[in-house]
Design a protein around this ligand. Sequence first.
Ligand code: 2AM
Length: 178
Amino acid sequence: MRIFIGIKFPDCLEAILKIQEELRGLDPKANYTKKDNIHLTLAFLGELNDWQVARAKQILKGIEHPEFSAKIVRASKLRDMAVLEVAPEPLLLSLQSKVEECLRSAGFALDRRRFYPHITLSRKTKAQVSESFSIKSTVQEIVLFSSERNEKGLIYRPLYIKKLEAKNNRRGKENEGF
Ligand code: 2AM
């Protein structure tokens, strides 16, 4: 299974889809990320076997990190992709490095590229994209996804959800999903 860990944006998904719709008007032939697949990748683990997936779930379960506010600040181009850039704010960076460090010390081989926090809106994009935004989202959980291709296209299936610690009562640990 192809596996990655990411963040979904349920509280500002409509705003993201609105930007994607504007882009679709400019570049109807690009390949647009489906609504259910909109996410930001924190760590990409690649092909894993069942045992490794179970181990990755265990690691995610042990991660302690507070909820935080993420901010979408810009739409831009990354190679042929139109992306929404997410501000590299301290709590997003600390969460990403914690996830990466925990996985690395358990022996997972991760991509060495520098973390560039983004949400991919489209691929095979011809249009120029450059616009600033200020869209806020509260990040309350991180998700272990499998990426599978079936007759309907690419499906990102949540395999495990790790709740982050709530800001006020720090009770995230008691509310873990799955
Ligand atoms: P992208 O949208 O920038 O291509 C599922 O494939 C997710 O993992 C996507 O968000 C994708 O990022 C990311 N991804 C795919 N291959 C990757 C790699 N080799 N390193 C880091 N992230 C990767």
